[in-house]
Design a protein around this ligand. Structure first.
Ligand code: ADP
Ligand code: MG
Length: 227
């Protein structure tokens, strides 16, 4: 369970303070698939970064299974981060490394035993239908292919929490549906998925739809979907 309590995030800029998140309270059960929807600038990425402990709230708190992320010491926080898969809006792939090496890097950071790397990488590439591109560098891949590698890199660590910023933005509708179905199957197996999306078709895959506006939750709708 991810419990977000009165989270506020203010960025200081030369033009004054920007309130990215006004007051967010949200409980995300384990195995949920949450779609954060809302216009550009509504706070989706900021909230994902805070849930994933990439950034700290200005006030309020996030607890995971009852443990406050802020109270963890540096080592515990690093261990916690290793169990989170991130798919960034702009992928954040290492430009000088092949797709395969990008995944090796993620597995090393996550502390996965080296003997298991190859199996996991080939499996993730297979799921994303990217086996033929394992030795391509990001610059040799289309936007959609980079997105699929970014997803493969996130899932190969077998995360407890998968945080995904705009997963289908660069995919055609068929590939997009395949990725959303993949996330759904992970959620049904106990991985918690939190994704931001502009894509209305994502709604039918999510267990929770949260609409953000100006850093606040305007609407939260929970559904129980047929398995
Ligand atoms: N690092 C930052 N510094 C200053 N302002 C920021 C920063 N990150 C986000 N913001 C501002 O916070 C608001 C929410 O941004 P963001 O979370 O990226 O929204 P979304 O992902 O929904 O488009 C926007 O007004 C944005 O300009
Ligand atoms: Mg964003």
């Amino acid at each position: 369970m991810i419990d977000i309590q009165h989270v506020r995030k203010v960025f200081a800029t030369p033009d004054g303070d920007v309130v990215a998140l006004a007051d967010i309270t949200l409980a995300i059960p384990t195995g949920a698939m949450v779609a954060l929807m809302g216009p550009s600038g509504s706070g989706k990425t900021t909230l994902l970064n805070i849930i994933g402990a990439m950034d700290a709230p200005s006030s309020g708190q996030v607890t995971l299974d009852g443990i406050s992320v802020e109270r963890l010491d540096a080592e515990e926080r690093a261990a916690f981060r290793r169990r989170i898969g991130f798919v960034f809006q702009r992928f954040a792939l290492i430009a000088t490394a092949s797709a395969y090496e990008n995944m090796e890097f993620a597995l090393r950071i996550a502390g996965v035993d080296r003997t298991d790397w190859q199996r996991r990488i080939l499996h993730a590439l297979d799921i994303l239908d990217m086996n033929d591109h394992a030795h391509h560098r990001p610059g040799e891949l289309s936007g959609g292919q980079q997105q699929r590698i970014a997803v493969a890199r996130a899932i190969c660590i077998e995360p407890k929490i998968l945080i995904v910023d705009e997963p289908t933005a660069n995919l055609d509708s068929q590939r997009g549906a395949a990725v959303l179905n993949l996330f759904r199957s992970y959620a049904m197996n106990g991985t918690t998925i939190v994704m931001s999306t502009h894509d209305p078709t994502s709604e039918k895959y999510a267990t929770d739809i949260c609409r953000l506006r100006a850093g606040a939750i305007e609407q939260h709708h929970t559904t129980t979907l047929p398995a």
